[in-house]
Design a binder for this molecule. Sequence first.
Ligand SMILES: [Zn+2]
Ligand SMILES: [Zn+2]
Ligand SMILES: [Zn+2]
Ligand SMILES: [Zn+2]
Length: 366
Amino acid sequence: MKTFVCECGNTIFYENTRCVCCGSELGWCPSCTRMTSLRLEKDGHRRCGNSDCNVLLMKCSNYSEHHVCNHCVPVSSEAERPEGLCDYCDFNDTIPDLTVAGNREMWKRLEEAKRRLLYTLDLLRLPYGKKSDGVLPRLNFDFKADAVGKPDQWWWSLGKEERVFTGHADGKITINLREADTVEREKARVLFQEAHRTVIGHFRHEIAHYYWEMLVKGKAESEFKAVFGDHENPTYAECQSKYYKKGPVANWQSSFVSGYAAMHPWEDFAETFATYLDMVSVLDTAMNMNISPSCNPVQTELAEMVSHYIKLGVLLNEMNRAMGLIDYVPEILVSPVVVKMQYIHDLLRNAAEPLPAASPPTETPT
Ligand SMILES: [Zn+2]
Ligand SMILES: [Zn+2]
Ligand SMILES: [Zn+2]
Ligand SMILES: [Zn+2]
């Protein structure tokens, strides 16, 4: 992720909605693809504060009505967007019940993570089933809370019919709203012995299942089996029941990024894919902060990315330990894991929209 600059010269960040220095309202401009100050016009519209862009904007309705988004929509697209939602909010099929106290704040955290996920997919130039572009399956999100009358009951002890399961099916990513509750999420992390449990991590894991369905299912399953193992035998249900009875296989660290990855090839793919997206996002941020060399994920070889990420991981882990925090990069990228990351890297690169052709070099008079 990049940082941006307000008209007043102050540094602004991707999640901001107001400049702490000059008080300007801020938002994401889809025309110049950056965070910018928003100049209020007489008719209530906004104008992009980037003088090279200056486009007329309106705030996404999830920004103006609910303050869970900070993206804008060009006024010129008003007719095609009767609901006034931005590109990213347009993927929501179900939003939480906003009459329940606390739900809006948790929804906001889910939206922040979702925007970062989609930003990374755009960075990788990946297709993801927008309503208009005909890519299947169409991506959509359900953000829902458990149907419970006893809020003190822990989510993992609820009956099946009362629970919302975080997961993916046919393009729909469902996230249980409780994943945005920091205390509950940390309790679940400790219970399931996970190195990390984050909202963005859930999105990165579930989008992997979405891409498996889009890019592998019925198209390249034998190549997938050669790298991740047979996903049909034993079945997913058999593996899942074994995992929940006995826990992860011993010594999973020698071939997998997590104990859960060792459960079934689909989960191995999703966990490794999430690690790959972590790496892309961290390297992009490090590059934009000038602490790592240029590492464009659509042009750099995987070995180089992994090498930079390992170096950064050592640095960031030590920084976190100095502050008494858990490890920043807990995964150990052993060679069987790198082989799987290479498969994912190649799969995504083949699916990516090609980079625009470079303009021919201008001739310099001699
Ligand atoms: Zn400012
Ligand atoms: Zn702009
Ligand atoms: Zn929005
Ligand atoms: Zn999964």
